[in-house]
Design a protein around this ligand. Structure first.
Ligand SMILES: *Cc1c(COP(=O)(O)O)cnc(C)c1O
Length: 231
C-alpha cells in the first residue's frame, strides 16, 4: 500500500470513529482531499485508493491538474480565496466553491456558470473566530448574504464553511464549529434548505465531526507537509 493510501485509510478511520462518538453515521461525513501544492500524480494515487473529491486553493495550479486528470471521474472543489478576475475559471471548472463571502463574487460565479453544467454548489465562508481571519462574512451578516445568494439562478447554496483560528484543546476547537452549526440551523429555520457544514482540517477534523461537519477538508494528514517554496 502507498503512503497516500495508508494515510487515507487512517483519516477515514478517524472520521468514522469521531462520527460514532457523536452518534452519527460515517456516511454523513464526506472527505475532501486537499491536494494544493501536490502534483497530479499524488491525486491519481489517492483516486486509486478510492478518493473522489479533491480541494484546490490556487486557480492556475488547479487548472493544470484538472487538465492532466481529465481521464478520471473526479469532483473538484475550490477552497481558496476568490479573486474577481478568477471567477470565470472557477465557474467553468469546479463542482463546488467553499469560500464565497461577498455577493459580488457570487453574482459573477452565477453569471459565468456554463449553462450545460449543473448549478455550482456554494458554501458561504463565515468568520466565526473573530479578529485573526480576514476572510469570511461576519456572523451578523450571513443571513442577508445567504438570502441573496440563494436567489441566484446558476448557484446552489449548500451551506456554510469556516476556517477557525487554530486551537490545541478539543473543547476550544469545538466552539467555533458549534457556532457555525447554530448559524446553519438559524438559516434553515428561516426557510433556506442548507445541508452542508464544511469544517475541520487535519488538526481539528475530530472536533468538527463532533459538531456536525458534513465535509472535512484534509490535506496534510493525507499528502504530507506542504512545501510552498517548491510549488
Ligand atoms: C489547505 C487547506 C485545508 C487543508 O489543511 P490541512 O491542515 O493540510 O489539512 C483545508 N481547508 C482550506 C480552506 C485550506 O486552504
Amino acid at each position: 500500500m502507498t503512503v497516500i493510501a495508508s494515510n487515507l485509510q487512517a483519516v477515514n478511520r478517524a472520521v468514522a470513529q469521531a462520527a460514532r462518538t457523536a452518534q452519527r453515521r460515517a456516511e454523513e461525513v464526506a472527505l475532501l482531499a486537499v491536494s494544493k501544492t501536490f502534483p497530479a500524480t499524488a491525486v491519481r494515487e489517492a483516486f486509486q485508493a478510492g478518493q473522489r473529491a479533491f480541494g484546490e486553493s490556487y486557480v492556475q495550479e488547479a487548472l493544470g491538474k484538472i487538465g492532466e486528470l481529465r481521464d478520471l471521474a473526479l469532483e473538484w472543489h475550490f477552497i481558496g480565496p476568490i479573486q474577481s478576475n478568477k471567477t470565470r475559471s472557477i465557474a467553468e471548472n469546479f463542482a463546488w466553491v467553499h469560500g464565497v463571502d461577498r455577493l459580488k463574487i457570487a453574482e459573477r460565479l452565477s453569471a459565468q456558470r456554463p449553462q450545460n453544467l449543473p448549478p455550482l454548489n456554494v458554501c458561504l465562508q463565515v468568520n466565526v473566530s473573530g479578529e485573526d481571519s480576514k476572510s469570511g462574512v461576519a456572523p451578523a451578516e450571513v443571513t442577508e448574504l445567504a438570502q441573496a445568494v440563494a436567489r441566484l439562478p446558476h448557484l446552489r447554496l449548500r451551506g456554510l464553511m469556516a476556517i477557525p483560528a487554530p486551537a490545541d484543546d478539543l473543547s476550544e476547537q469545538r466552539k467555533p464549529f458549534a457556532r457555525l452549526r447554530e448559524l446553519m440551523r438559524q438559516l434553515n429555520a428561516q426557510g433556506l434548505e442548507l445541508d452542508t457544514l464544511s469544517m475541520g482540517m487535519s488538526h481539528d477534523m475530530e472536533a468538527a465531526v463532533l459538531e456536525g461537519a458534513t465535509i472535512v477538508r484534509v490535506g496534510t494528514a493525507i499528502f504530507g507537509e506542504r512545501n510552498y517554496g517548491e510549488k
